[in-house]
Design a protein around this ligand. Structure first.
Ligand code: ADP
Ligand code: MG
Ligand code: MG
Length: 893
């Protein structure tokens, strides 16, 4: 027979999957603090909820077990549920495996009815309290269990207060509350067409079902989506004897944190209310008092609270957040959990806990999530200032920014040149917008998902970015953005928060990030514990310097196309592509060489003796040429003009015809290299095989840069030349020969002055990694492309199209571009690492690509035995923390 119900005395903190977080912790508290400090009760398991959701009915045996547990509870309390003369009252509380604050609802004072309310009044000698409890019960039951809108009840309370001419609930007397309860029951009847259930066991049955049902409620589902909590966990239900904070001036309810909830500083914090039940504290119906004031009103309770909370913190070895009630001077604990806290408080607590001898360094480093520290690295909206939300999109790249709206990249560049702060607002961004994105303080787009152009570029550079603001219409032509009724013209002040996705027209003050003393200590500890190296993806010296500041130990990926794609240099590359013969191509390449060399020199100079991995040209050539559609249009327009001019002004027509001929040649070339699937076409090392002179030029530039920097600075980084998109070992062999030949010309030796390796980003390369390793000193997993090619997902397309539906339908629980798909893509990585090292034991293994900055993926890369991860400079501190956490988590595994 399945056990569906556990008494608090039977549970413990390790049982959170079965009992939910709240149930497991209430059980644990009962053991740690003693049964006199935690009201007794029992937990109906999450498994019962899952069964209920599946079958639409309580699983067999559950109700009988509830009856038995209830009988034990009644025996312990020497009262019976709803007994008319002296009722036992209970709360019915939900609680999933992970805390989902406010997402699932609670019913208090269950067991009251028209008779037992009298009994309660007589027993307690407090009639007002009894009726206050009853009206609350009818209200919560109506709202939570039967879904009646809370306004219906709140309006009735307001009417009662108005009729009496008072302002606070506490000023309503017994008669008012009695009348209000009748009114509530009438509302219940109007809304449900049923009488309010007076039979206590029936009340309990309905409340339990409602908690089960709330798991699939809209709010809970939305919260799970945003927090990646699986739908099939279910929630537990806790039934607990009530204790009363609303029994008068020596009673109250509150929440307390074992440290300052905002800063993490030592000392109890929190707030409370006298003569109130718990929901008053959270609902904001009355303004609360600071916990320090409890020392004045009820000093004994305050002392006891301070002591016991510290005890809980020692027991849980983490900062705690507790809910308590004081009933006539006696303190009861109703909940404890690890405190959710701002990142600054997290690092502060970690340091203090080590200093106080509460935790070891290893334990302290495990008290927070690496990704949660991210805001410490970016500007933020000042949390002390309330923000009114104009819209909310997807926070694509963290950090807050504000400035005047501009609608084009050019306007952004111009405004920035004048020293004005701007936010670039676009329907979506394209590679052409890069300069404008760089000039703006932040980027806001209507379209896009986490893998969109705007998101990738912004994250790589650490620029605040909000995308996917669907309710925003962007009218670039007329320079205005519309949010429903609100129309914002160019120049309007707007603020965005790339963490939360909030868009506002408030002039919110921004707070600068700082690597505090505490954060710095945490990072140093992380460096002592991690095994994975941490490098940065950086294309230019400026990014490399930022990366070193953030603690990068090298460059894991420098994309050589970066500078070539700028507006300034693109035509030069285009001219090279257009070359009619090899000689002309070489001539054109000679123009590009010094451009590349200059960038490499700056990059190397920034990196000292750290290793630098440079990837040879990767993108398909069409990226350097004008857009096919635009070009055809332009040719069409010019043809028309030539026709007209041909009749009237013959001289001019000559020039025009030349221009037309040139454009037609361009068009023919663009047509010639046009590919249906450029990402699967002529790119990566395939370019190097087809046009060896391009790679030759790049290698010359690299070798020259190494020699220059070595001569100038006395030292140069260890250069690692990386060949992209290798499928066949023969490809790598050919390009390796090319590199060695050029290196020799410069007197530089492979294996000594530089090494040669490859990007592993195609499934075939993973399967034949041993053959490839024959020609490679290192592998760097390009997990973006590997994910695209292994799954057959086009990153730029799928994230906004079917990925959300796949998450909805629970095919996947997050985008495989965000966190590595362990069983699929991860397996390919393990395979390649394994066979690659079998062939070459000292093969160096790294990963570059978005996953290199994702804590969960980093955990996997640690397990897979890679040597380093490489990520955007702004993710480096996060990667350092995640790598340390992986090492600690798997220390004995
Ligand atoms: P949430 O998950 O929304 O915090 P809880 O189940 O913790 O919901 O209940 C909210 C509040 O209701 C608690 O903080 C507490 O003040 C009050 N409460 C719950 N159970 C009891 C009880 N047995 N006795 C007194 N108050 C209770
Ligand atoms: Mg709670
Ligand atoms: Mg790639």
């Amino acid at each position: 027979m399945t056990k569906w119900v556990y008494d608090f005395a039977e549970g413990s903190r390790d049982m959170r999957e079965l009992l939910g977080g709240k149930g497991a912790n209430v059980a644990e508290m009962t053991r740690v603090l003693g049964p006199e400090r935690v009201p007794a009760g029992f937990t109906i398991t999450t498994e019962a909820c899952v069964a209920y959701m599946r079958d639409g009915a309580e699983p067999g045996g559950m109700e009988a077990q509830v009856d038995e547990a209830l009988a034990r509870l009644e025996a312990g309390a020497s009262k019976r549920l709803g007994e008319p003369s002296d009722p036992l009252l209970v709360s019915v509380r939900s609680g999933a495996r992970e805390s989902m604050p406010g997402m699932l609802d609670t019913v208090l004072n269950l067991g009251l009815n028209d008779e037992s309310v009298q009994g309660l009044a007589e027993r307690t000698g407090n009639e007002r309290f009894a009726w206050d409890s009853y009206r609350r019960f009818v209200q919560m039951f109506g709202n939570v269990v039967r879904g009646i809108h809370e306004d219906r009840f709140e309006d009735a309370i307001d009417e009662a207060k108005q009729a009496k001419g008072v302002r606070h609930d506490t000023e309503l007397d017994t008669d008012d509350l009695r009348a209000l309860t009748e009114r509530f029951k009438a509302i219940f009847r109007e809304e449900t067409g049923e009488e309010f259930p007076l039979e206590p066991r029936e009340q309990l049955r309905q409340a339990i079902r409602a908690v089960f049902g709330s798991w699939t409620g809209e709010r809970a589902v939305a919260y799970r989506r945003s927090e990646n909590i699986p739908d099939d966990w279910g929630t537990a239900v806790n039934v607990q004897r009530m204790v009363f904070g609303n029994k008068g001036e020596t009673s109250g309810s509150g929440v307390a944190f074992s440290r300052d909830f905002a800063t993490g500083e030592p000392g109890l914090s929190g707030d409370f209310l006298i003569n109130a039940q718990g929901e008053d504290v959270v609902s904001g119906a009355r303004s609360t008092l600071d916990i320090a004031q409890l020392a004045e009103v009820l000093p004994d309770a305050h002392r006891e609270l301070t002591e016991q909370v510290a005890r809980l913190e020692r027991h849980y070895r983490n900062m705690q957040d507790v809910e308590f009630t004081i009933e006539e001077g006696q303190l009861f604990f109703l909940q404890t959990r690890d405190a959710k806290r701002p990142p600054a408080a997290s690092v502060r607590f970690a340091c203090d806990a080590v200093d106080e001898g509460l935790l070891s360094v290893e334990e302290a480093l495990m008290t927070f999530k690496a990704g949660d520290l991210e805001p410490l690295l970016h500007r933020q909206f000042d949390a002390a200032v309330p923000v009114s939300e104009l819209a909310r999109g997807v926070g694509a790249s963290p950090g807050a920014a504000k400035g005047e709206i501009v609608f084009t990249a050019r306007a952004a560049v111009e405004a920035a040149a004048e020293g004005r702060d701007v936010i670039l607002v676009r329907p979506k961004t394209r590679p052409d917008d890069y300069a404008g994105m760089a000039a703006a303080k932040g980027i806001l787009t209507r379209e896009g998902g986490h893998g969109s152009h705007a998101a990738l570029v912004a994250r790589g550079k650490g620029w605040p970015c909000v995308i996917g603001v669907e309710q925003m219409r962007v009218d670039v032509e007329n320079r205005r953005a519309t949010f429903g009724e609100t129309v914002l013209e160019e120049g309007t002040l707007i603020g965005i928060d790339g963490t939360t996705g909030i868009v506002t027209t408030d002039d919110v003050p921004l707070v600068e990030p700082e690597i505090s003393e505490h954060f710095e200590r945490v990072l140093v500890w992380c460096d002592e514990h991690r095994r994975l190296g941490v490098r940065a993806n950086a294309d230019v010296g400026e990014d490399a310097r930022a990366a070193v500041q953030m603690g990068a130990e090298g460059i894991g990926l420098c994309r050589t196309e970066h500078t070539l794609l700028s507006d300034e240099h693109k035509p030069k590359v285009a001219a090279m592509i257009m070359a009619t013969d090899d000689d002309e191509r070489r001539e054109r390449l000679a123009v590009l060489l010094p451009l590349q060399q200059e960038v490499f020199e700056d990059l190397f100079a920034a990196m000292g003796e750290r290793p630098v991995t440079v990837r040879l040209l990767d993108p398909p050539l069409h990226e350097f040429l004008p857009d096919l559609a635009e070009l055809s249009e332009e040719v069409g327009r010019l043809e028309e003009r030539v026709e007209v001019a041909g009749i009237e002004v013959t001289d001019d027509a000559g020039d025009l015809e030349d221009e037309l001929a040139e454009l037609r040649r361009f068009l023919a070339k663009v047509n010639e290299i046009h590919e249906e699937n450029p990402m699967l076409g002529t790119r990566g090392c395939r370019l190097g095989i087809l046009y060896p002179e391009i790679y030759e030029m790049q290698v010359h530039a690299l070798m020259r840069a190494v020699r220059r920097v070595r001569a100038g600075e006395g030292a140069a980084p260890h250069l690692e030349i990386m060949v992209p998109l290798v499928d066949y070992e023969q490809e790598l062999r050919l390009i390796r020969e090319l590199i060695v030949r050029v290196g020799d010309e410069h007197g530089l030796t492979a294996g000594e002055d530089y090494s040669i390796g490859t990007m592993i980003e195609l499934p075939r390369a993973c399967f034949v990694a041993d053959r490839i390793a024959e020609h490679a000193e290192f592998f760097s997993f390009g997990t973006n492309d590997l994910t695209q090619t292994a799954l057959g997902f086009s990153r730029d397309d799928v994230e906004s199209k079917f990925v959300p539906v796949y998450m909805e339908r629970r095919i996947i629980d997050r985008s495989p571009f965000e966190t590595i798909d362990r069983p699929g893509v991860g397996w390919l990585v393990r395979l390649a690492a394994w066979v690659g090292r079998e062939r070459r034991p000292d093969l160096k293994l790294g990963i570059c690509g978005e996953h290199g900055g994702d804590p969960e993926s980093i955990d996997f890369f640690h397990m897979a035995g890679l040597d380093y991860v490489s990520c955007s400079p702004f993710r480096i501190p996060i990667a350092r923390v995640a790598a340390a956490q992986a090492a600690i988590a798997h220390a004995d595994g």
